[in-house]
Write a protein that binds this ligand. Structure first.
Ligand code: AGP
Length: 610
């Protein structure tokens, strides 16, 4: 979603800010812009489209400013065009603002400002905030006070950076609900919405909390609350390298991330699996160990792919630990007055740790007294910091908008958690050891599936022209069917639906004819025979069957048009394997259709607005 970069220091600011924006392109955006302070004037350059289109407006040889802000916008209010792109300035041209989030009371504020004679050129809520800050600055002549006063009057969410033409030695950044990270360099500071824009320059960062701001001058900075109480911003170290943000020879980040999965799965279980004890060590859960032991119920909150891994987690935890689990869309949970008991444990699952709906749902649960643990990938993200306890997935930066390695890492952590809870309940050491050994084997098994990717790509070629796809799975693999369908629709724009295999006959079967490819996950487990009946029903209606089956199952070839094999594992761990061919299939179909795989239309990497 929107990307924010602000720079103050001794180097030329524009190239640093533009480079930062490029590093955040993966988040998804529709327009970009830059504002520099040159000889007392704020100069704004902005364009709908790619960062490179804005960059084509710039001539770095004529720019000298050491203070700048830049933005990539993902439209919420007003269509993506040049005018609605950020930065936005106030009527005097002295204030320039970039903003991520939504100002909910912008309409009443705008009316008030119009009645006082102010004018607006865009349809955005952000311009209203810029004009409002400008109005307060005119009255007080105090830039910082104007920003603080404006922010305490607005409702909604913001991550922002703001400049004032009269203050060439000041950059202000603030947050409520949308992330802001402050990179601390030597006599220079970078405020950004994502550490990806900072890593090239410094590893030392401060994560602002809600209602906090940073006021940066070249000689130093201060962090404070929006109501003006100074605070000690704890300095953290960024835990990934710049190489992890590069494509490393692959055509797309998504493909690179698919191929990283043997390593990322290993990283997720590394040091946490006690194979001989048939148990697990999860240090991050220590603060809530007792709550977990006594949990009457677990509620998993997440969105999208993370919600799918939550469904797998539900099946695993219920099977091993016998604790009832509910999996909720975070967006629904927050608005439906959910019943939450103080002995409920909430698990918030999120790759980015910044998804607005998941954050809000988690806040709601905390407010009602529940204990919250996070399963998060991005270290230092809001969900990670605001959970009572948590487990990082350690998948490294995921750049492709379509989530792949984050899903399998979440599955890894959820299986560790299920085993941990299971061992507190009814799982014996011997059973635990079997699960731990199976988990340890998964990375090599993923590797083996990746070696069959050419055959999967062949299948993809035959179906890249179709307009619909159906994905079916049962038990642990029902969520994988949902995930396979999501992957395909996100990056290829083919309509795809995932269903529990047995539900097909209650409706979707009406769709099946010779033009409908149906991906059916039919691994050898307790529901195998039932799934085979589903395959027969598809075949009887001339649908095309692509089966995901267990190695050694030769008989399935009789019923399916195509078979993709995965190595045998425990049924509860099959999702970590069955999802791999579905990721490759979606990727190969989208590549064949010439889609913009890493930045699919209309999508953002982390959805930081409601
Ligand atoms: C997955 O491919 C998505 N692009 C999307 O569904 C994503 O999983 C969802 O927005 C949740 O994101 P999070 O894990 O960062 O919270």
């Amino acid at each position: 979603m929107c990307g924010i970069v602000g720079y103050i220091g001794h180097r030329q600011a524009a190239p640093i800010v533009m480079e930062g924006l490029k590093r955040m392109e993966y988040r998804g955006y529709d327009s970009a812009g830059l504002c520099v302070l040159e000889q007392g004037n704020l100069l704004v350059y902005k364009r709908a489209g790619k960062v490179s289109q804005t960059e084509s407006l710039l001539d770095y040889t004529t720019m000298h400013s050491t203070l700048a802000i830049g933005h990539t916008r993902w439209a919420t209010h007003g269509e993506p065009n040049d005018i609605n792109a950020h930065p936005h300035t106030d009527n005097s041209g002295k204030i320039s603002l970039i903003h991520n989030g939504i100002i909910e009371n912008y309409s009443s504020l705008k009316k008030k400002l119009i009645s006082e004679g102010y004018t607006f050129s865009s349809d955005t809520d952000t311009e209203v905030l810029a004009v409002f800050i400008g109005h307060l600055y005119e009255r007080t002549g105090d830039f910082e006070l104007a920003v603080r006063s404006a922010l305490s009057e607005v409702d909604g969410t913001f991550g922002l950076a703001v400049l004032c033409a009269d203050q060439p030695d000041t950059l202000i950044a603030a947050r409520r609900g949308s992330p802001i990270v402050i990179g601390i360099g030597d006599g220079e500071y970078i405020a950004a919405s994502d550490a990806a824009a900072i890593i090239q320059h410094t590893r030392q960062v401060i994560y602002l909390n809600d209602d906090e701001m940073a006021v940066m001058h070249r000689s130093g900075y201060v962090t404070k609350t929006i109501d003006d109480r100074e605070i000690d911003g704890e300095i953290h170290e960024i835990d990934f390298d710049i190489e992890q943000m590069e494509k490393g020879g692959f055509d797309h980040f998504m493909l690179k991330e698919i191929y990283e999965q043997p390593a990322t799965f290993k990283d997720a279980i590394r040091g946490r699996l006690l194979v001989e004890d048939g148990n697990v060590k999860l240090g991050g859960l220590r603060p809530i160990e007792d709550k977990l032991r006594k949990a009457r119920r677990i509620i998993i909150l997440a969105c999208g792919t993370s919600w799918h891994s939550g469904l797998v987690g539900e099946y695993m935890i219920e099977q091993l630990a016998r604790i009832p689990v509910e999996v909720e869309y975070a967006s629904e949970f927050r608005y439906r007055s959910p019943v939450i008991y103080s002995d409920d444990v909430i698990i918030a699952i999120s790759q980015s740790g910044e998804t607005a709906d998941t954050m809000a749902a988690m806040k709601e649960a905390k407010l009602k007294g529940a204990t919250v643990m996070g399963i998060v990938n991005v270290v230092g993200s809001t969900i990670a910091r605001e959970s009572h306890a948590g487990v990082y997935t350690h998948a490294g930066p995921e750049i492709g908008v379509a989530s792949t390695k984050a899903f399998t890492s979440q599955i890894a952590v959820l299986s560790l958690l299920a085993l941990h809870l299971g061992r507190m309940n009814q799982v014996s050491q011997t059973q635990g050891k079997v699960i731990a050994e199976a988990l340890r084997a998964i990375p090599d098994q993923i590797e083996k599936i990746l070696q069959t990717s050419d055959a999967i790509k062949e299948i993809a070629l035959q179906y890249s022209h179709v307009t619909n796809f159906l994905y079916l799975g049962r038990g642990f693999n029902f969520p994988v069917a949902l995930e396979g369908a999501l992957k395909l629709k996100e990056i290829s724009y083919i309509h795809a639906e995932g269903y529990p295999a047995a539900e097909m006959k209650h409706g979707p079967i009406a769709l099946i004819d010779e033009n409908m490819p149906v991906v059916i996950i039919a691994t050898k487990d307790e529901v195998y025979e039932k799934v085979i009946s589903g395959i027969q029903e598809v075949r009887a209606r001339r649908g095309k069957v692509i089966a995901i089956a267990t190695e050694g199952d030769m008989s399935i070839a009789e019923y399916a048009d195509h078979v993709i094999y995965i190595p045998a594992t425990l049924p509860m761990l099959t999702p970590a394997l069955t999802v791999i061919p579905l990721q490759i299939l979606a990727y190969a179909i989208a590549a064949q259709r010439g889609c913009d795989i890493d930045k699919p239309r209309n999508l953002a990497k982390s959805v930081t607005v409601e």
